[in-house]
Ligand binder design. Sequence first.
Ligand code: NAD
Length: 290
Amino acid sequence: MKIAFIGLGNMGGGMAANLANAGHDVRAFDLSEQALATAKEHGCETFSSASEACEGVDAVVSMLPNGEIVKSVYTSDVIGKAPQGAVFLDCSTIDVATAREVAEAAEAAGYAMVDAPVSGGIAAAEAGTLTFMVGGSDEAFAKAKPVLEGMGKAVIHAGQAGNGQAAKICNNMLLAVQMIGTCEAFAMAQQLGLDPQTFYDISSVSSGQCWSMTSYCPVPGVGPKSPADNGYQGGFATGLMLKDLKLAMAAADTAGVDTKMGRRARELYEEFDEKGNGARDFSSIIETLK
Ligand code: NAD
């Protein structure tokens, strides 16, 4: 397939490289010259505007920082520039309302569009093992699926346009709450005289067990290897978790749902981020409990 790829940053760079490796003809665009040079090294053809990259393509994939940029790129440079029949896949994490608005504009102009945010970080983007949660019509999903399969290990249809973003922020709100709860449990266990490894051995096979404990333990040296074992470098940055929690709280307000734990998690991550921890892995919030 001929695929335009817009946004070749930490995530998009690896994703575009995987599409090129899978044999697709990838037409890449980013505002950064450095990102374009790297994409070229990875087998992509590079262009000096998004609209040029979209010429003659079967699909357009985007991996951009936020909803405002996604809306502006699609309305100015993609809709009306890509050939009729092309499918659009926005893999960025953005707010549900903007995802729906852009999909509606694309559909009104005769294109199929999905929102397809990802679970998995930079390593999964490079390894092609992302999970995609996809919102859009059955027809749009069917067109998008073969493209997404070139970049991930799981592609799940979540329903109508915007539902991929809804799944992503609900999942990440749960992850934040779960991580803070896990950190509190370890801190309290230790203060009560329990060795962290002993608490892990008990709780990981008891009802408190969760992903933040058994796959991503915030305590160094406990559980499988995680960012805690690497000085909280790499992994999922606190700043990105905060971005997702802000999107989740905006969606909760719009939907009229009183997510008390989600709101508190957002406050705690905001305070932690403001203390200069934005680039550190989100599990390092355990340090506030010491
Ligand atoms: P990034 O900042 O590394 O990359 C974004 C890229 O978009 C940059 O290269 C930038 O130059 C480019 N860009 C910005 N405006 C543009 C425009 N108008 N036209 C073309 N290119 C433009 O960010 P990232 O970490 O790759 O994240 C991208 C998206 O993926 C975000 O929505 C983020 O929330 C989401 N996400 C990130 C991670 C992660 O671990 N980094 C995990 C899951 C989801």
